[in-house]
Design a binder for this molecule. Structure first.
Ligand code: SAH
Length: 365
């Protein structure tokens, strides 16, 4: 039996329409307006289901704030400038970013804060933390107004829905979510189809192993292409940080997390976070094709170290008690850890053509 009100709703849709694509299942599980995970849950932090970099250390958002201020200078100090964040979570990154940005008063005065957020409970938390900056909320990136823009996004792309395809012989079929004889959700394979084959990246169509599962993320690719086109036309830059891969085929990366533990992706939709690894090759190719200059991916640890993470720890330490100092040290070391978050997470920048390399993306560092 499927559990929960959302499980029942998804099951009814499958009985009426047939198996759902993995993308449609993910979209309902995360964003159903009544029962979806982001509509109901407080996902982030020690009490939630997962923890993110800005929750681990204030230094993360501060360094991104300085990055924005430098790139704003490079864009010709536009005033006003849209400062946008995709998926701001609890607003921690943005409040740290704005505190650091206050050190460049002209930038602080010029920026107009825009938050792209689908979740009502998280909008409430963002409002609580960021009200003094008079944010404007929109639901989708394409609803951001025109004009010079700086955009940041941490762990946003990994929440976007993916489609999955399976190789059988020379054919490919879409992986779908269906109901088994006992009304439990199960993965099945749709019929082999030329359309499915065409959606698989060309390099993998005939080289992936038999039975291999690959993922594509139309929403991430569409976003990259749209931002690329925007930045070729209007001054702007974006910084994305996420976990993901580069031109490898890791198999299905869709995972479910509840209270910091992995659970079944299909067991109780709406009660666990669903996320995927980002295909940075597809993402950067689309941004470049759109017309932006693209840098990275570089490992998060390398970016943060180049932006001065350790210097910031020393500066904060001057005013900290010994136990605060230990907490600051261990938070930053966790973000830099080459055996952990420092390499698992990667950063990509896109920027209007003809400008200097954004800080932290210089070659050979
Ligand atoms: N950036 C934050 C939160 C990451 S969690 C941090 O680093 O802590 C993902 C965020 O993206 C949440 O705020 C979630 O509500 C939002 N989100 C996920 N999918 C979305 C979508 N399709 N449209 C808009 N916001 C989305």
């Amino acid at each position: 039996m499927t559990t929960g009100a959302l499980g029942q709703k998804i099951a009814r849709r499958i009985r009426a329409e047939g198996p759902l694509s993995v993308a449609a299942y993910m979209a309902m599980a995360l964003h159903d307006p009544d029962e979806g995970y982001y509509a109901r849950c407080h996902p982030i932090g020690a009490q939630g289901d997962f923890i993110t970099a800005p929750e681990i250390s204030q230094v993360f958002g501060e360094l991104i704030g300085l990055w924005c201020a430098v790139v704003w200078g490079e864009l010709g100090r536009p005033d006003p400038v849209i400062l946008a964040e995709l998926g701001p979570g609890r607003g921690e990154l943005m409040s740290d970013l704005l505190r650091a940005a206050a050190r460049v008063p002209d930038f602080r005065r010029a920026l107009r804060l825009h938050l792209v957020e689908a979740s009502a409970p998280l909008r409430t938390e963002q409002q609580r933390r960021l009200a003094q900056f008079e944010p404007i909320w929109v639901s989708r990136p394409e609803d951001l107004p025109d004009g010079p823009m700086l955009l940041v996004a941490n762990e946003f792309l990994d929440a976007l829905s993916v489609r999955q395809f399976v190789r059988r012989g020379t054919d490919w079929s879409e992986r779908l979510v269906a109901l088994d004889g006992e009304d439990r959700f199960v993965f099945v394979e749709g019929p082999p189809s030329p359309a499915a084959r065409l959606l698989v990246p060309e390099a993998l169509r005939d080289t992936a192993a038999q039975g291999a599962v690959i993922e594509i993320c139309p929403a991430a690719v569409g976003l990259a292409a749209a931002l690329g086109a925007r930045f070729s036309d209007q001054p702007g830059a974006a910084l994305f940080i996420d976990y993901g891969y580069w031109s490898s085929t890791p198999g299905p990366t869709l995972r479910a997390l509840r209270r910091h533990r992995a659970v079944s992706e299909l067991a109780a939709p709406g009660t666990a976070d669903l996320s995927v690894h980002v295909d940075f090759l597809a993402f950067t190719d689309a941004a470049r094709a759109g017309g932006a200059e693209v840098y990275g991916p570089v490992p998060q640890g390398r970016l943060l170290a180049a932006l001065g993470a350790r210097e910031r720890v020393v500066a904060l330490g001057a005013r900290a008690t010994p136990s605060q100092q230990r907490a600051i040290d261990s938070g930053v070391e966790r973000l830099l850890d080459p055996g952990g978050m420092g390499t698992l997470f990667k950063a990509v920048a896109m920027i209007s053509p003809g400008l200097a390399t954004p800080p932290g993306f210089e070659r050979g560092r």
